[in-house]
Design a protein around this ligand. Structure first.
Ligand code: F3S
Length: 417
């Protein structure tokens, strides 16, 4: 892989140990994938911001100690916890200490403390065609597909390296030829009013991800007026059930104004239908052992938007949630500020709902809470919940989550009416 003069100097250690290690890792990655050269990136989103293992903390600390500085604007995925109000989430000392160490190391290298998995909702939003290096599966799928920016699916640590070097190997989804659709799926038999139900999109994304796997695929049959929040829940679900880094929705996403464009003038071999039965089966699969009443409602995976908070306030309609039940919503600091200014936050909190910033609901401190069953409007959360938290899980829409919390009895409306 061809390196520029500065990159060769980095590799040789002229710019310090952190740059040398970062360049070395990216150089080996590029060689492995037969990249011919590197390309500059306009910005980076770092995924390795949760405390998972000590090695993650130590890597960030070492890079900071060795003089690592981020060469391009660099944002951060969620921490494990709410860094601003850890006491509200009952964060134990050791988890707080590890999270603070990660925070200190990334801020020392120059990160913007965004702490959100929906970095496309505000702040440093990339533009169409821009080369970027993002980690976090839902954000990668959204940036590539809905915005039309270009990022490979960066694994933990490689995103930190890209932030330090400001460049990446030119490979994968950075290249036009790899962004072509290989398979076409089509909505088979959905009634048109089905698309008014936000619960449809995470289920559709989940089925799409299972079918697409790691290939670029296209979907036909989604109405053009689909909302950004619907595309967000679709992206998150598709990237959790499959290794989806880029999808095209015909007539909706920017590289797919029509079928010919996203197949680059080749004719799709065949069109595979996505049926109502497939979505019903996905919903059954996402309900893992949760037949009883949940004691935790979780919204905000990925982090909730201002529009989603508006819908939440409207649906809550000043009603209080039942005592003995936790109702948590996760969002970014920026969205939190916006809903506070708009007085949505006080309406939500009056109902007994807790809004957390920075954190990820899958990382909540389990020993601090005696919880057994969660309910969520997120297919991604439902998909990972049992394996990562041990909680039973019920998937449904926001409306059912709220009605369950307010009534104290499990409410699940049929998907198809
Ligand atoms: Fe975000 Fe955690 Fe969900 S990082 S997408 S809230 S699993």
């Amino acid at each position: 892989m061809h390196l520029s003069g500065i990159e060769r100097d980095m590799l040789a250690g002229t710019h310090g140990r952190a740059s040398a290690l970062a360049m070395n890792i990216l150089y080996e990655l590029g060689e492995l994938y037969a990249a011919e050269r590197t390309i500059p990136v306009a910005q980076v989103h770092i995924d390795m911001t949760l405390y998972m293992v000590d090695a993650g903390v130590e890597f960030a600390e070492k890079m900071a100690e060795w003089g690592g500085k981020f060469a391009v604007p660099t944002q951060l995925n969620p921490a494990s916890i709410d860094l601003l109000h850890p006491e509200r989430l009952r964060v134990p000392e050791d988890l707080l200490e590890k999270s603070r160490r990660l925070e200190k190391a990334y801020l020392k290298m120059g990160a913007v403390p965004t702490w959100t998995c929906a970095p496309y909702q505000q702040g440093l939003i990339p533009s169409f065609g821009e080369q970027i290096a993002w980690g976090e599966s839902n954000a990668i799928a959204f940036a590539n597909s809905v915005i039309g920016a270009r990022t490979e699916r960066y694994a933990d640590l490689t995103d930190v390296c890209a932030a330090i070097t400001g460049s990446v190997p030119e490979m994968g989804l950075h290249l036009t030829e790899n962004r072509k659709a290989e398979r076409l799926f089509s909505i088979a038999d959905f009634p048109s009013r089905a698309f008014d139900n936000a619960r449809l999109f995470p289920l559709l994304g989940f089925v799409f991800g299972e079918l697409a796997g790691d290939r670029v695929a296209a979907l036909d049959g989604i109405p053009e007026n689909v909302s950004m929040d619907n595309l967000k829940s679709f992206s998150a679900a598709a990237a959790s059930s499959g290794a989806v880094g880029l999808f095209h929705i015909i007539g909706v996403t920017p590289e797919a104004p029509d079928i010919q464009s996203c197949f680059r003038s080749e004719t799709p071999m065949e069109t595979s239908p996505i049926t109502r039965e497939m979505l019903d089966a996905a919903e059954a699969k996402l309900n893992q052992g949760g037949a009883g009443m949940p004691d935790l409602i979780v919204l905000g995976c990925p982090h909730y938007s201002v529009d989603e908070f508006k819908a939440l306030v409207k649906r809550l309609d000043s009603r209080r949630i039942q005592s003995g039940l936790e109702f948590w919503v996760f969002t970014s600091r920026q969205t939190h500020n916006q809903i506070k200014k708009a007085r949505l936050l006080e309406a939500i909190e009056r109902s007994g709902v807790k809004v957390f910033t920075d954190g990820c609901p899958l990382q909540y401190p389990k020993d601090s809470w005696n919880l057994h069953c969660a309910m969520s409007d997120s297919a991604k959360y439902a998909n990972y919940c049992f394996s990562q938290t041990g909680l039973d899980v019920i998937f449904s829409g926001m409306r059912d989550c709220i009605e369950t919390a307010v009534s104290g009895a499990l409410k699940r409306t049929p998907l198809w009416k």
